[in-house]
Design a protein around this ligand. Structure first.
Ligand code: NCD
Length: 337
């Protein structure tokens, strides 16, 4: 099972065995991510980190994941500061940047753009989100988080109940995650959104055809009795106007009171982040911050492990991590948790 030299563009490239392989490598990254030791396995390698759409954690975690393996990062952010704004094609940009880099991570507002870019690239390209289409590395880290969180209460992904909440139409994270989850067995999906922001029907059909149970609703109350509640942000940047996005902002707020009333005592709360914490949205209230089942920051931490694994795999060094190990000389309390 090898990913060496491959692009990671879509979750449809994965099956349960390959997912488990990625997760096994991700687990091996824990001592490096927590600074117990270092590995210089990618010393000398360069990541081209191209983010043509706003991003904090995806961009920074791709960069840090590469640094943690010993590699260097060159970054471009924003369309206006790149030659794409001068009319350069994705193919030409890919041709050039791929000769400067060993691997590329890319985010772009247009669906299909990262795959188009990959056609011109001579090095592996990892999709960091292409419009409302896909976000495969996020889906893998979400699934990794679900597996870990459920395992702590003796549960498995097979047989679980997940409620996805919010903007299921434009949210690429829930699109990619649903496509991965359909590979598992006997799942229950509760899809909670305003009717106008419902999960695309091709994804619902695919989940149902794979034998899972799907409930579609626009009511939050009474539908949160799930193992995982996956909250999302209204993707205002994909609406024709801010006014239209505002119609839906704050529709499905989750706070401690609603959690206590409608969730199970161990329902895990997830969110790809950023959570919109403005008063009028407040989709995951700060009063949940002390709830031990709020997994959003563990989820973001897991992004480092999964992205390190994907770099190691696409560059074919996953079996060389320990060979290039060295000590961490500086003070670090990261591994104390
Ligand atoms: C998500 C994205 O960009 O699709 N964020 C992320 O990558 N962690 C979700 C969002 O922006 O709402």
């Amino acid at each position: 099972m090898s990913f060496k030299g491959e692009h990671i563009l879509s979750v449809s490239q994965f099956d349960r065995d390959t997912i488990q392989h990625v997760f096994n490598i991700a687990h091996q990254m824990q001592p490096y991510a927590s600074r117990q030791k270092r590995t210089k396995v990618l010393e000398g390698a360069i990541l081209g980190n191209l983010f043509f759409e706003p991003s904090t954690r995806t961009r920074v975690s791709f960069g840090c994941a590469f640094n943690l393996l010993g590699g260097e990062v060159r970054e471009t952010t924003g369309m206006e500061s790149s030659a794409l704004s001068k009319g350069e094609s994705l193919f030409d940009t890919a041709r050039v940047i791929s000769s400067y880099s060993d691997v590329i991570a890319m985010r772009h507002p247009q669906a299909g753009s990262v795959a188009e870019f990959a056609l011109g690239s001579r090095v592996p390209v990892l999709n960091g989100g292409d419009g409302a289409n896909e976000h495969p590395t996020q889906a893998l880290l979400d699934l990794f988080t679900i597996e870990r969180e459920l395992a702590s209460s003796g549960q498995t992904i097979d047989g679980m109940h997940i409620a996805m909440v919010g903007d299921l139409k434009f949210g690429r994270t829930v699109h990619s995650l649903s496509k991965l989850l359909k590979l598992y067995k006997n799942l229950r999906f509760t899809l909670i959104s305003p009717q106008e922001l419902a999960m695309p029907s091709d994804i619902v059909d695919a989940i149902q055809s794979a034998g899972h149970q799907v409930t579609v609703t626009d009511a939050l109350e009474g539908n949160l009795n799930a193992d995982i509640v996956y909250q999302t942000r209204i993707q205002e940047e994909r609406f024709p106007s801010k006014e239209e996005a505002n119609l839906y902002r704050g529709k499905f707020r989750l706070n401690q009171e609603i959690y206590t009333r409608y969730c199970k005592s161990n329902t895990v709360i997830m969110h790809p982040l950023p959570r919109d914490s403005r008063m009028e949205a407040n989709e995951l209230d700060n009063d949940l911050n002390l709830n031990p089942n709020l997994a959003i920051f563990r989820q973001a931490d897991n992004g480092i492990l999964v992205r390190m694994a994907l770099f190691a795999l696409t560059l074919g060094v996953e079996h060389l991590l320990t060979k290039y190990e060295c000590a961490v000389p500086w003070y670090s309390n990261k591994h104390s948790g």
